[in-house]
Design a protein around this ligand. Structure first.
Ligand code: F6R
Length: 240
């Protein structure tokens, strides 16, 4: 049974606009929403559009809390490839969000296991995530839940697969400096979000998106679990 709502778009620009409209509606409905954030190439236009909405005074983030899906282990916060840096530069520095209410896993702390538990607790204390934005990895990952990760996992440490490291090499100078590990929300954490917004851009993701939507629900294709989430919206430029 697929509960998914699909919005087809023709460009990255349109994906950004449609996604921003959904986020805007969420924030209008509940100005103190907790949003789950993704990084990577796909949501960049969404963040650009949200900044535009903020500048036009269509939206305020002053009562919003955010939790990012993941962070690399071992990168300094001000490293240009860290997700802390990404969020500051793509969104947070340009809107009225209180940075104290923006959470990203700490990939630098000595006790990473404890950090995973702390992150879960923070999400719980905040009452859970209202709207979780997710991108799709070429191998079907969401967050950094790589194929084979148990659906029951909560925030945890993951070893990135060679294919994910190769895909993310484009942001680094050399494959050797792409981190090997990350902290990621688990599939269970993501599935507890009240709504999920899945963003998928580019023809190269057509085969995996086909599996995610119409294939078996299997840990080998982590995003396939979304078939079982009651409120998912997919925005994509892929025509299946
Ligand atoms: C990013 C994340 C990843 C990406 C995915 C797609 O926070 O959790 O799952 O969403 O790797 O990345 P892009 O959008 O760069 O193709």
């Amino acid at each position: 049974m697929i509960f998914l709502k699909i919005i087809k778009v023709r460009s990255e620009q349109e994906l950004g606009e449609q996604a921003a409209t959904l986020v805007l509606n969420q924030v209008k409905q509940k100005p103190s929403s907790t949003l789950g954030m993704a990084t990577g190439s796909t949501p960049k236009m969404l963040y650009t559009k949200l900044i535009e909405c903020f500048q036009k005074k269509d939206i305020s983030f002053s009562n919003i809390t955010t939790f990012n899906l993941d962070e690399y282990i071992g990168l300094e916060r001000d490293h240009p490839n860290s997700y802390h840096y990404y969020m500051d530069h793509q969104l947070f520095n340009h809107i009225d969000i209180d940075k104290k209410n923006t959470y990203i896993p700490d990939g630098l702390t000595a006790d990473l296991e404890q950090e995973c538990q702390r992150y879960e607790l923070l999400i719980k204390k905040r009452g859970g995530i209202d709207l979780q934005i997710v991108g799709l990895g070429l191998n079907g990952h969401i967050g950094f839940n790589e194929p084979g990760t148990a659906f029951s996992k909560r925030t945890h440490i993951i070893e990135l697969t060679p294919s994910t490291r190769a895909a993310n090499k484009r942001f680094f100078n050399h494959i050797d400096i792409v981190p090997k590990h990350a902290i990621t929300m688990g599939i269970s954490t993501i599935m507890e979000a009240k709504k999920v917004l899945l963003l998928v851009l580019g023809r190269q993701k057509a085969p995996i998106l086909q599996k995610v939507l119409y294939g078996d629900v299997t840990e080998q294709v982590p995003a396939s679990i979304l078939q079982r989430h009651p409120q998912v919206t997919l925005i994509t430029d892929i025509h299946l």
